[in-house]
Ligand binder design. Structure first.
Ligand SMILES: [Mg+2]
Length: 389
């Protein structure tokens, strides 16, 4: 079998409510859908979040195209080595989602060729469903409490909220409002996205620990692992690495420094699903659990990762998922249904998802009309200082 072509379609899908974090906000997701065609009539699907932009993802795909067309899509290890080494993409992290989307599409092709879902190809089910936390996004305490409501009604057990505002009291009020809303038994994970200095993080974690947190995610810069380790030694709340642990090499460094209690891993940021499986194995050897990080993914990429989560034992805590924030999706049936924050991987061959042509056309048009306004590049946004406190 040979790859005959590669198409890229940028799409924009609105959120039900804007996503707000320490550095801005966005009102929807932009992704680039990737379709890899073959000479045997099988087409593989992939999806790359538009990081840092859809234009850059498309530009990377243009450079990858001549490296993959004519190659055998079932030789995934070999193909990725070719892209990374011959294509000299092996040291450029920002390009990873584009390459990960091609790898994802190749796995879809292999699954369709074998007539098996990816879960089976990645080792078979160790759990029936991937579990996710519910993202309660909002600017004020009332906003956050209101944002959590659909998650409470759907029976989620873990809630995720951004912190790292300029005003610590505002963070405390929002987390306290979330605790009030979700009740005493639910777990709450806060993510500062590196906004704090170590001293500020110690103060913030002390202040927030009354809210009974599951993890504090990347409280300080991920670039200084000695400082992360120093904070971890003093923190009453377990530390979840994220910006410190984008790739397998970063994860190994976090482990060597003793800088976290758990690791975020991400196929998009480390060039593919197989690498995410490897990440989980590296962390497992260090007795650290992993969660899947998401840059924001629609039904295609969410399904792909769910297959890996369901077939890999070390995803012991709920992962990140943007499906509950979406007004719609591009897969047949719209936004995939979850039960209590659990998504069963599709059982069809490959990723097990099919694009809905009408929806793809609608959201491709929306990207062409308004694409830029869906990104984090909020007009008139001020440039924050780092660390913020
Ligand atoms: Mg994070």
């Amino acid at each position: 079998m040979r790859i005959t072509g590669l198409t890229a379609t940028p799409i924009a899908v609105p959120f039900t409510t804007p996503e707000i974090w320490a550095y801005g906000e966005r009102r929807g997701l932009v992704s680039v859908l990737v379709e890899v065609t073959t000479d045997e009539g099988i087409t593989g699907l992939g999806e790359a979040p538009a990081y840092p932009s859809a234009e850059i993802i498309q530009a990377v795909l243009e450079t990858v195209r001549p490296l993959v067309v004519g190659e055998d899509p079932t030789l995934i290890e070999r193909l990725m080595k070719r892209v990374h080494i011959v294509g000299t993409w092996h040291h450029v992290k920002a390009t990873s989602p584009a390459i990960a989307a091609v790898e994802m599409a190749c796995w879809d092709i292999v699954g369709k060729l074998c007539g098996q879902p990816l879960t089976t190809l990645f080792g078979g089910r160790v759990r029936d469903a991937a579990e996710y936390c519910f993202y309660a996004t909002g600017r004020t305490p009332d906003d956050v409490a209101a944002a959590a409501k659909p998650g409470i009604e759907a029976g989620y057990g873990t809630y995720y909220v951004k912190v790292g505002a300029d005003d610590l009291d505002a963070d405390i009020a929002r987390v306290a409002a979330l605790r009030d809303a979700v009740g005493p038994d639910a777990r709450i994970r806060v993510d500062a996205n590196e906004a704090w200095s170590v001293a500020a993080a110690i103060e913030a974690i002390e202040a927030l620990s009354g809210c009974r947190l599951e993890f504090v995610e990347q409280p300080v810069s991920g670039r200084d692992l000695a400082e992360m380790a120093r904070l971890r030694a003093r923190s009453r709340v377990p530390i979840l690495a994220n910006e410190a642990s984008w790739t397998r090499y970063d994860q190994l460094d976090v482990i060597r420094h003793g800088a976290a209690d758990a690791l975020s891993v991400d196929n998009q940021m480390d060039g593919g699903l197989l690498n995410m499986k490897r990440s989980a194995g590296i962390a497992e050897a260090a007795a650290l659990p992993v969660v899947k990080h998401s840059l924001g993914e629609l039904g295609v990429a969410t399904a792909a990762a769910a297959h890996v989560i369901a077939s890999t034992g070390n995803f012991l805590y709920p992962s990140q998922c943007y499906l509950p924030l979406l007004t719609d999706d591009v897969v047949v049936g719209g936004v995939p249904a979850m039960t209590g924050g659990r998504l069963e991987p599709p059982t069809g061959p490959g990723l097990g998802v099919t694009l809905d042509a009408d929806r793809v056309s609608r959201y491709a048009d929306l990207y062409q009309r308004e694409g830029g306004s869906f990104s984090f590049t909020t007009p008139n946004r001020t440039t924050p200082e780092l660390p913020k406190r």
